[in-house]
Design a protein around this ligand. Structure first.
Ligand code: SF4
Length: 106
């Protein structure tokens, strides 16, 4: 398959054992909802993220992967953009590398 894939160090893949496990994934992706539901879902999702033991790793992953949707580490994309700019200014920004792949996936 041709396209783009991320080169992710194993330790920097999204956390698999976060506090959101077992809750509806849609709560973390309010972009999928009608406006009325979004605010409630975002509040609940952020509360769960605030208690999550991998909150920092989750947020770092989303910033490094330049995720454009969803709540990651308790922050939506706008808040992540602010933090991304701050880290860039501080010289602490880490981004994953995107590479082109051919029809064989390599
Ligand atoms: S920080 Fe939030 S989205 Fe990330 S793993 Fe934890 S609960 Fe899930």
């Amino acid at each position: 398959m041709s396209g783009i894939r991320w080169v992710l160090p194993f330790e920097e893949r999204p956390p698999q054992d976060g506090a959101c496990i077992g809750y509806p994934t849609d709560w973390w992706f309010p972009e999928k909802h009608a406006k009325g539901e979004r605010a409630k879902d975002v509040i609940v999702a952020k509360e769960i993220c605030a208690e999550c033991h991998v909150q920092r790793e989750c947020l770092d992953y989303a910033i490094a992967a330049q995720e454009q949707y969803g709540i990651w580490g308790g922050l939506n994309v706008d808040a992540r953009d602010v933090l991304t700019r701050k880290r860039r200014e501080q010289g602490t920004l880490v981004l994953f590398t995107k590479i082109a792949v051919n029809e064989f996936g390599i």
